[in-house]
Write a protein that binds this ligand. Structure first.
Ligand SMILES: [Zn+2]
Length: 145
């Protein structure tokens, strides 16, 4: 595993992704249209997760906003920052307490699903509560807009 992590020279490695969320994270980070070299693996064995995914992005740092999106989909993910083939920083993703414009409300009658209004959710332990209709969404069943 150490080999896989250090296989890029400079960039970011997103590790410990819930395997099923790996491609979704590719999508929200718009990596399929990125200029950077991207390596993706999933269905890798993981003691903690059963199956995990890894995304390696050459020459790019994962920004804070991107990290928050990753955290919403894969709360167990860690990000390794690589410089000169070494892990210089390892960070567990953390979800923000207030999420604006990212989560889609699960209530089909919610105003945010009609008028294109930006959504706003408050984190309450394992749930996110919609600011407009009060509907809560469990952290494991979040849909992003
Ligand atoms: Zn709502």
């Amino acid at each position: 595993m150490e080999l896989q992590i250090t296989a890029i020279k400079n960039g970011s490695v997103i590790d410990h992704i819930d395997s099923e969320k790996t491609l979704k994270i590719m999508e929200i980070l718009e990596l399929s249209s990125a200029k950077e070299k991207v390596t993706v693996a999933f269905n890798l064995e993981s003691k903690a997760l059963g199956r995990k995914g890894i995304i390696k992005v050459e020459g790019r740092k994962i920004e804070k906003g991107e990290m928050e999106k990753i955290a919403l989909l894969a709360p167990e993910a860690t990000i390794n920052y690589i410089e000169d083939c070494k892990v210089v920083k390892k960070e567990k993703v953390s979800a923000p307490d207030v999420v604006v414009g990212t989560i889609k409300c699960g209530n089909p009658k919610c105003i945010t699903n009609f008028e294109g209004a930006p959504t706003k959710f408050y984190r309450e332990e394992d749930n996110y509560r919609c600011n407009y209709c009060e509907r809560t969404t469990h952290k494991n069943s979040i849909n992003l807009r």
